[in-house]
Design a protein around this ligand. Structure first.
Ligand code: ATP
Ligand SMILES: Cc1cn([C@H]2C[C@H](O)[C@@H](COP(=O)(O)O)O2)c(=O)[nH]c1=O
Length: 189
């Protein structure tokens, strides 16, 4: 089964994935962008802000995703794969394009290999402001609070459009409470 953890920057994805490694020791943990050798290079270029055009940036994420699908998702088809982000981020962050068009582009990039379950960690404006102010921001985080809240809205809209089992979780809950909700959701039929 292929499960993905989604949420805007600082929603708590890495924190939860760290805990899930203990709960699911035989699972394959991966991420987008940067889950492959090529992806590591693409991730560095993207987050350094090397693309001047939004379209170029979007295609770099799609290239990362195509490689990730071939090298990680398809090679572990019979395993539990848990990923930090997925094509759902790809759609939500590509604000210039329509969601339906992006779904088709992502079908191409993933050869139709979409996840079976998606978890979305949702942040309030106040909590997002607090968490962003406590870290050094990369080129995407520097786009600001309103930009990220808009992305969060699009993440939800995208998930609701897709026929994928989902769980929305309040990201300001206690870390262990969130972990239990995620664990139960992954284990549920
Ligand atoms: N449930 C929580 N309550 C309070 N603080 C939290 C919670 N979960 C995570 N944090 C804190 O929020 C910050 C961001 O968390 P984390 O790095 O896990 O987010 P992320 O979604 O992986 O972010 P990014 O997408 O930017 O990599 C960290 O300082 C972390 O300790
Ligand atoms: C997959 C994907 C990601 N993004 C953005 C989201 C984040 O701002 C960064 C990735 O950093 P993180 O530390 O791994 O959260 O990239 C995007 O714009 N488009 C995508 O397809």
């Amino acid at each position: 089964m292929y499960v993905v953890l989604e949420g805007i920057d600082t929603a708590g994805k890495s924190t939860q994935l760290q805990l899930l490694k203990d709960k699911f020791p035989s699972a394959v943990f991966t991420k987008e962008p940067g889950g492959t050798k090529l992806g590591i290079k693409l991730r560095e270029m993207i987050l350094n802000g090397e693309a001047n055009s939004n379209l170029a940036e979007m295609f770099m994420f799609l290239a990362d995703r195509a490689e990730h699908t071939k090298e990680v998702i398809l090679k572990n088809k019979n395993e539990l794969v848990i990923s930090d982000r997925s094509f759902i981020s790809g759609i939500a962050y590509a604000l210039d394009e329509e969601i339906d068009k992006l779904i088709e582009l992502n079908r191409l990039a993933t050869s139709n290999n979409f996840p079976q379950k998606v978890i979305l960690l949702e942040l309030s404006k106040e909590e997002l402001e607090k968490r962003l102010s406590q870290k050094q921001n990369d080129s995407i985080e520097k786009r600001g609070i309103e930009y990220l809240l808009n992305i969060q809205k699009r993440l939800k809209e995208t998930i609701l459009k897709l026929n994928i089992s989902y769980k929305f979780i309040d990201a300001s809950l206690n870390i262990n409470e969130i972990e239990k909700i995620i664990e139960d959701f992954i284990n549920a039929k």
